[in-house]
Design a binder for this molecule. Structure first.
Ligand SMILES: Cc1ncc(COP(=O)(O)O)c(C=O)c1O
Length: 364
């Protein structure tokens, strides 16, 4: 039925398949930026926390009776750390983007979205035809030109704190433009929360910006936070609107309690250890600068490749040496890259070793 399509995908070097990799491979591929995914002591704490309650499954939507005290504890903890008015947990980052974009962009509104925004946001734009304008990646000038040239009731701007493939940091001028044009700013912090900023709280922390009413922060728990799920931080009015209009929040079972409990424990761990973790992150940046002469600000290191086949071959070579990195090809990116995550759970020795292999391989 789909044989010819699959063949075409294979022929272009874009074929994907999920695979269970050897667990002994050293992980430079995943988004486990802080190495929390294997800290079993934190998991034990989360399980202990859950045992204080008389149920551990979400059982229904949060808008029925699936809203559990642990959801509320996590939401409150997020608010203690960042001065947003309100917060809500969501099943995943993918669902959070669908929730925000599908529900908030109303008739006569326009969403201005970075052309490199995550696939979940791009998919959501298909649900709001004629209300979407793409602007050039991380380009404030293009955004402002477009804001000036369209007519709308509300304007919304969707960007990422750190872009998932390039590791680029959101240009600060874009945030200033959102404020000047009174736009609602949707900030996807999947790859910035837990990784950048003095307190590891993401892009607003990184630029030391006070939180304003027009800011919406979406964060995921499946990356630096070492769990699964997502959250949205925003004004009371926006959170209330999402509770009333966002279909993935209303019509989906509440987020997993175990995952949120783990995220709560991990959030506290990150907050308590933020100085130590930040130091380790900076140390990774220095190693990369010393070996590859590349400056990175997040924990994403993209290494451009000549072709899809080269990308796969280099990934294979690294696997043979005991390391796993991401081999990212079109359509995820325009040009293929090796996506190396210098996560701080790995040893410095291993990072130095893999960077040297990559450097040697690139120079051939
Ligand atoms: C920028 C960005 N936003 C959203 C998501 C989706 O989040 P989740 O994996 O929690 O569904 C991802 C990746 O997974 C992402 O990279």
């Amino acid at each position: 039925m789909y044989k010819s399509s699959l063949k075409a995908i294979q022929k272009s070097g874009r074929f994907r398949e999920r695979r269970v990799y050897n667990p002994n491979l050293i992980d430079f591929a995943s988004n486990d930026y802080l190495g929390l995914a294997s800290k079993y002591k934190l998991l034990d704490k989360a399980i202990k926390l859950i045992k204080n309650y008389n149920s551990y499954a979400p059982k229904s939507s949060m808008l029925v009776n699936g809203y559990h005290p642990i959801h509320k504890l996590f939401e409150d903890r997020l608010l203690e750390l960042q001065s947003f008015e309100n917060s809500i947990v969501v099943g995943s980052g993918f669902l959070a983007n669908i929730s925000l974009i599908e529900s908030l962009v109303r008739k006569n509104d326009i969403l201005f979205i970075d052309e490199e925004y995550h696939a979940s946001g791009i998919l959501a734009t298909k649900l709001i035809p004629n209300r979407v304008v793409y602007f050039k990646h991380n380009n404030p000038q293009d955004l402002e030109d477009k804001l000036k040239s369209y007519k709308y009731n509300r304007s919304l701007i969707a960007v990422e704190g750190v872009y998932s493939m390039s590791g680029n940091i959101c240009n600060r001028d874009i945030i200033d433009i959102a404020n000047r044009y009174n736009s609602i700013l949707i900030m996807d912090e999947a790859h910035s929360s837990g990784v950048i900023g003095k307190n590891l709280l993401g892009i607003f922390d990184y630029y030391n910006l006070p939180i304003r009413e027009n800011y919406i922060k979406m964060g995921t728990l499946g990356k630096a936070y070492g769990s699964y799920g997502a959250y949205i931080l925003a004004s009371n009015e926006i959170i209330s609107f999402l509770e009333n209009r966002a279909k993935p929040i209303i019509y989906s079972t509440a987020p997993s309690i175990l995952d949120i409990a783990l995220a709560l424990i991990n959030l506290d761990y990150i907050h308590q250890n933020r100085a130590k973790l930040s130091k380790k992150i900076k140390n990774r940046h220095k190693i990369i600068k010393d070996i590859l002469d590349i400056d990175i600000k997040s924990l994403i290191l993209p290494i451009p490749q000549n072709s899809n086949q080269d990308t796969i071959d280099t990934q294979k070579l690294l696997i043979d040496r005991g390391y796993i990195v991401g081999a990212i090809r079109q359509p995820t990116v325009q040009k293929p890259i090796l996506r190396v995550i210098p996560q701080i759970g790995s040893s410095k020795k291993d990072l130095i070793e893999i960077l040297k292999i990559i450097s040697y391989n690139n120079s051939k």
